[in-house]
Ligand binder design. Structure first.
Ligand code: FNR
Length: 193
């Protein structure tokens, strides 16, 4: 991530598939960051399922990389799909690892934001709500407003995964500006980098 950026954000998409609308939404956000913000994507593909026995032996490499990336960022942007009216396992699993150990977890006191996309009519609303609840326990500073619910996502990206819907792009730009202000207000005065 750019050392020069005033605000360094880590982006996590909660879908592993290449054609994912949520990965596409994160890419779109990376292309429209406000001046002074760097947004780096971290792929969750190498993060295994949480297992307390494995954790007791030491974090696996994918988990170590995730936790270090979160610790080094000023804020984390979660881009979540919705599965069965909830947050997908890929995303929740990443949060579970990053919530450990409880007193010095990288997600503790970290500014976080949630956006998401779905081909359905509610644009990942329930998945986002459930993820928001998790951040109560991790003691992360989750931005309440604005929200980005990209509904009917299949109509808003082209076949190459580029965001083509101008109103959505406008909301996303405004979201990133608000998230930058939120981060500046709440980030740790002694970043761990
Ligand atoms: C879905 N999908 C879905 N969509 C939605 O709006 N509400 C839901 O509850 C669900 N449930 C659900 C369960 C499972 C197991 C799958 C695989 C899918 C559809 C989902 O939004 C769609 O597949 C998205 O394209 C997934 O996000 P990505 O991979 O495009 O980022």
């Amino acid at each position: 991530m750019s050392e020069a950026a005033a605000v360094r954000v880590l982006g996590l998409a909660g879908s592993l598939r290449q054609g994912s609308y949520n990965r596409a939404l994160l890419r779109a956000a990376q292309g429209m960051t406000p001046p002074g913000m760097a947004l780096e994507a971290f792929d969750l593909i190498d993060v295994p399922l949480y297992n307390g026995d494995v954790e007791a032996q030491g974090d696996p490499p994918g988990v170590k990389a995730l936790k270090e990336a979160i610790a080094a960022a000023d804020a984390v942007l979660f881009v979540t799909p919705e599965y069965n009216h909830g947050v997908p396992g890929v995303m929740k699993n990443a949060v579970d690892w990053a919530s450990r150990p409880p007193r010095s977890a990288p997600l503790g006191a970290k500014p976080v934001g949630i956006i998401g996309a779905s081909p359905g009519a509610t644009g990942s609303a329930r998945g986002q709500s459930q993820l928001r609840q998790a951040f109560e326990f991790t003691n992360s500073y989750c931005m309440p407003q604005p929200e980005i619910l990209v509904f009917r996502a299949h109509e808003k990206f082209d076949p190459e995964g580029r965001l083509t819907d101008e109103p959505t792009a406008k909301y996303l730009r405004a979201y990133l500006e608000a998230f930058m202000a939120w981060t500046v207000r709440l980030r740790s005065p002694t970043p761990t980098r």
